[in-house]
Design a protein around this ligand. Structure first.
Ligand SMILES: [Zn+2]
Length: 237
């Protein structure tokens, strides 16, 4: 058991190194650049959709405008042929209405144009933002590689110690350890704990039922039913 506990301790050092790398500033920066790139990309998708809608609205209005222009031409023709005053008055009124419509349409078209410009500007801004984030991400990735490399020697040393120790550990004890480790659980072995007159798992502190304490005493270890760790008897020697 002493050897496997030493093995566990060394593996803990390796885990701590990986944790340090994962929590490094470069790693955080990379995640941040990914985030801002994704936000910009999503916004660009929305802008693209909006631009499409604006262009459609623009074409529809253009059609309506053309129809109104044709209307005016027709009315102007009728004006030339009109004979009585009443008919003339009506024609003038109609022309005025169509003209008013045209003015409204023209204003709407200009508004749509302004909106399209705005969308394009935002699109370009996001494009620049993504390019910038990409450059910074490359730099952060290089920094991260450098940082990782700075641990290479230490990690190799620990890895070799583990290999050496493994040969000295009883195979079924090692198998037990590996089986739990595969579930990304660390530490695997914990000592039983006495608290409130109960024997508990040293990690999650769940109570070990009396019936299982016997097994723990006989076998020297049991698996925690809560956190899956291997609970060892805490021999006070
Ligand atoms: Zn537990």
């Amino acid at each position: 058991m002493k050897k496997i506990l030493e093995y566990q301790r060394i593996e803990g050092e390796l885990i701590n190194i990986d944790k340090k790398i994962n929590q490094s500033n470069s790693m955080k920066a990379i995640a941040q650049f990914n985030d801002s790139s994704n936000t910009a990309k999503n916004e660009m998708k929305e802008l693209d959709k909006k631009a499409g809608e604006l262009v459609n609205a623009f074409h529809k209005l253009e059609d309506i405008m053309q129809k109104n222009i044709n209307n005016i031409r027709n009315l102007e023709k009728q004006k030339v042929e009109a004979s009585d005053k009443e008919q003339m008055k009506k024609l003038y009124e109609n022309i005025k209405t169509v003209n008013d419509n045209l003015n409204i349409i023209e204003k709407r078209l200009s508004d749509i144009n302004k909106n399209i410009d705005l969308v394009l500007k935002k699109f370009q801004k996001n494009k620049a933002l993504i390019a910038n984030a990409k450059d910074k991400k490359v730099k952060a990735q290089n920094d991260l590689e450098e940082y990782k490399k700075s641990f290479d020697e230490q990690k190799n040393k620990l890895q070799k110690e583990l290999e050496k120790l493994q040969k000295e550990i009883t195979p079924n004890v090692f198998e037990l350890y590996q089986r739990v480790r595969k579930e990304n659980i660390y530490p695997v072995f914990v000592k039983a704990l006495q608290e409130d007159n109960q024997t508990r798992c040293g990690k999650c502190k769940s109570i070990i039922p009396v019936a299982r304490i016997d097994k723990l005493k006989n076998q020297g270890y049991i698996e925690c039913e809560e956190c899956r760790r291997i609970i060892l008897l805490d021999k006070k020697d």
